[in-house]
Design a protein around this ligand. Structure first.
Ligand code: ADP
Ligand code: MG
Length: 741
């Protein structure tokens, strides 16, 4: 008989189980368990070793333990706040223990006096009594295994961990053997156990070893499904017939290179060669360009656009904000100045390269001119915001698109661009800061990757100092004044705009780093994580108030100016231009200066309330200085006391300037959940996998997926089970989500 497929179990409702009646089915559905597949992938959070028992008399405050004891009495009563409190008192001859349950009145009736039970929980002392709040209570003999699985449960669902274990037991028994979609040769080579063993080993382990091996296999399967989808998709896009084979002699690229005021780094040359090969090939390019802050991604992006332009196509450079669009337009103008193209209308003639800026703030007349030139083909390169993919924007021959920084360029946008061109344009996506390798494989798994792993030579040091407390920040202002005296400039970044202008930067509000998901519990560990010590609240500083405070205090006499996202576009541009010309000494800003702002003369970055920013953001902000051979400083100001997580972030930034290291550190601190955003929770097929714990397995799944797709892109024959599983379990909705943001 063929084994069970997961897709079959997804079609069987939980109420088909004998032990699940209508009421329980409703409870389960509030845990988002509707089918047998949902039930079997509602994995225990951990297992408790019930042989690791203690006597009640020996229980210490705050410690988790298992005890076996006899029920002395049980009761339930209403509290003044309307909640109910059930208590079961147990004793074992060495002492008594009170088990308390809020809003579970039925608990009082669950066990009778004299019954022997096993209790698992964390001990606390309350009014001189030893007690456990919401412990796991089992009748002795209910469960035979030495290891008891502890399931995630919720009071609302009124389904206990023991009940879940019972339902799972029935489901596993009646499901029988599982079909294993991964060919045996792979399993043997990768040292993975079979699927039947994996489900049993995760729900009903005999040993810790089994429990770990089971997890490994189940995580591998989740990741393999995702990678198969991504790798197949990448291959499908690559084979789409509608791409452009760019033909460029390389003359324009040579002009560009000769015009640059510096030599390209070896990494930049390598990246340009890779991109050029992609552009010349008939399939559309889908490439991610990663590199640390200041690695020189813009130059590489411009080179890509020029290859397209020389072959007679147009290039679009899309960035997320107006400030950044303006910035890129300026640097593109500078770096592309003097380049010319053969002019077909005049024999042997030349015309200058046409570059324009298009955002929602572009004045109507200029906009009309730009649109007309894009349509006629008179413009070669356009830099802009999302306005570029707006309706009414038509290109004569769009050939290469560069998407900068935090955009996730989705299927939809790609389709919109496709409609603006006769063939699929080549696409280059750039990240603002490096992302961890496992995240890159997962979130950007449908793209080819190029990494700039080298900074231009001659960059000076950035000295980074965390200065907690109001006293120590004086050192920062002193350095700012010193540097300004030496003819250099500085930034002061605040998390808020202030001045009654709302709580943050519209559209790019500072992320709340302490809103991170709780650390996942360590595998099989009995210890709970220590609670985060709460730091004293201190209101965040606003840029408007800081400007006033600094100009009349620590920075009086210097030329200060304000920059934030709610200023009118003209005003913002004006301030940036003045700053670039060196007519402003200190720019007091919000995170609008986070990405792309490029003023080589700026040598000090002061970040206020630095504990409120995430690692990537701090690294990106620091990257605004140290952009030349001038030695630079970055000061991280904060309250005297910050949370432990914040302290670790600030120490990490202080310790290294290597964005790749910081990206890994960030993953360690935040856990994988936040990298993937909401998609690791809820509907996602990734129920056990964790990008932080499972780095190796992500890489392994990626390799196997590449191998399988190369072997048989259709996933037929022996891969048939995998194909079915990918389409049944990794939903289109989820896939779309992945490609959106
Ligand atoms: P990022 O990778 O952070 O986007 P940019 O492209 O903004 O970096 O480049 C940072 C600065 O370094 C810019 O001023 C740019 O002109 C300069 N730059 C780029 N490549 C080189 C190079 N090979 N040598 C020296 N300076 C370079
Ligand atoms: Mg940049």
């Amino acid at each position: 008989m063929p084994g069970r497929r997961l897709s079959q179990l997804k079609r069987i409702g939980v109420s088909e189980l004998r032990r699940v009646g209508p009421k329980r089915a409703a409870g389960l559905s509030s845990l988002e368990i509707a089918t047998v597949y949902d039930l079997l992938t509602h994995y225990p959070r951990r297992v408790v070793d019930r042989t690791n028992q203690q006597e009640i008399g020996a229980l210490a405050e705050g410690e988790e333990a298992v005890v076996t004891a006899e029920v002395v009495r049980s009761s339930s009563r209403r509290l003044r706040n309307g909640k109910s409190l059930a208590e079961i008192v147990v004793a074992d001859g060495t002492g008594t223990l009170v088990c308390t349950f809020f809003n579970q009145p039925w608990r009082a009736r669950q066990f009778g006096e004299g019954q022997r039970v096993t209790v698992f929980g964390k001990t606390s002392y309350y009014r001189g009594r030893r007690q456990m709040a919401n412990p796991l209570v089992d009748l002795v003999g209910d469960q035979t295994g030495r290891l008891v699985p502890i399931y995630p449960q919720s009071a609302k669902a009124a389904v206990t961990s023991v009940q879940l274990a019972n339902y799972v037991e029935e489901a596993l028994e009646r499901a029988g053997e599982f079909d294993d979609p991964v060919p045996e040769a792979f399993l043997a080579r990768l040292d993975l156990i079979d699927r039947t063993g994996a489900f049993r080993g995760r729900h009903q382990p005999e040993t810790k070893e089994e429990w770990h091996k089971a997890r490994e296999r189940l995580v591998f399967d989740e990741l393999l499904r995702l990678q198969l989808l991504l790798v197949s998709r990448r291959r499908a896009t690559a084979e789409a017939a509608k791409g452009i084979s760019h033909t460029a002699s390389g003359r324009l690229l040579e002009q560009f290179r000769a015009n640059l005021p510096f030599e390209l780094t070896a990494a930049q040359q390598r990246a340009i060669a890779e991109i050029r090969a992609d552009l010349e090939a008939p399939h559309p390019m889908n490439r991610l360009l990663q590199g640390d802050v200041g690695a020189g991604k813009t130059v590489v992006a411009l080179a890509a656009l020029l290859v397209g332009v020389e072959g007679g196509y147009q290039g679009a450079f899309m960035v997320p904000t107006e400030v950044l669009a303006e910035q890129h337009h300026l640097s593109a103008g500078r770096l592309l100045a003097g380049l010319s193209l053969p002019d077909a209308s005049r024999l042997g003639g030349e015309r200058p390269l046409g570059v324009a800026l298009l955002t929602n703030k572009t004045p109507a007349a200029e906009r009309a001119r730009i649109l007309a030139e894009l349509k006629s083909g008179a413009l070669d390169v356009v830099v802009g915001t999302h306005a570029l993919i707006a309706e009414g924007v038509e290109f004569a021959r769009l050939g290469v698109v560069v998407v900068d920084e935090q955009h996730r360029f989705g299927v939809e946008q790609r389709a919109v661009l496709g409609e603006k061109a006769e063939a699929d344009p080549d696409l280059l996506v750039m990240t603002a800061t490096p992302i961890p390798r496992t995240a890159a494989m997962t979130v950007y798994g449908d793209l080819d990757h190029t990494t700039l792993d080298e900074l231009p030579a001659g960059r000076a040091e950035i000295t980074t100092r965390w200065l907690p407390g109001d006293q120590r920040e004086k050192a920062a202002w002193k350095k700012v004044a010193e540097e300004v005296r030496a003819g250099h400039q500085a930034y002061v970044v605040c998390p808020l705009i202030g001045g009654g202008l709302g709580s943050g930067e519209a559209g790019d509000a500072p992320e709340d780093p302490d809103d991170y998901e709780e650390e996942p519990e360590e595998e099989g560990s009995l210890a709970l994580l220590p609670a985060r010590p709460e730091a004293e609240e201190r209101p965040a500083r606003g840029a408007v108030e800081e400007l006033a405070r600094l100009s009349s205090g620590p920075l009086s006499g210097l030329r200060l100016a304000l920059l934030h996202g709610q200023m009118a576009a003209k005003e913002k541009e004006g301030v940036m231009a003045t700053f670039r010309r060196g007519e402003i000494d200190v720019l007091v800003a919000t995170t609008v200066v986070e990405v792309g702002v490029d003023v080589a003369n700026a040598t000090v970055m002061v970040i206020e309330d630095a504990d409120r920013f995430g690692i990537a953001q701090l690294h990106q902000l620091r990257g605004r200085v140290g952009r030349s051979s001038l030695p630079s400083w970055c000061f991280l100001l904060s309250a005297a006391e910050v949370t432990e997580q914040a302290a670790r972030r600030l120490q990490a930034i202080e310790k290294t300037r290597d964005g790749f290291l910081l990206a890994e550190e960030d993953l360690d601190l935040r856990g994988g959940g936040t990298v993937l955003g909401a998609r690791q929770k809820g509907r996602s097929d990734l129920k056990l996998a964790n990008l932080r714990l499972d780095r190796e397995l992500v890489a392994m799944a990626r390799r196997v997926a590449e191998e399988i797709v190369a072997d048989d892109p259709e996933l037929g024959g022996e891969y048939d089970g995998l194909r079915e599983e990918v389409s049944a379990l990794v939903s289109e909705e989820e896939a779309a989500f992945l490609f959106r943001s």
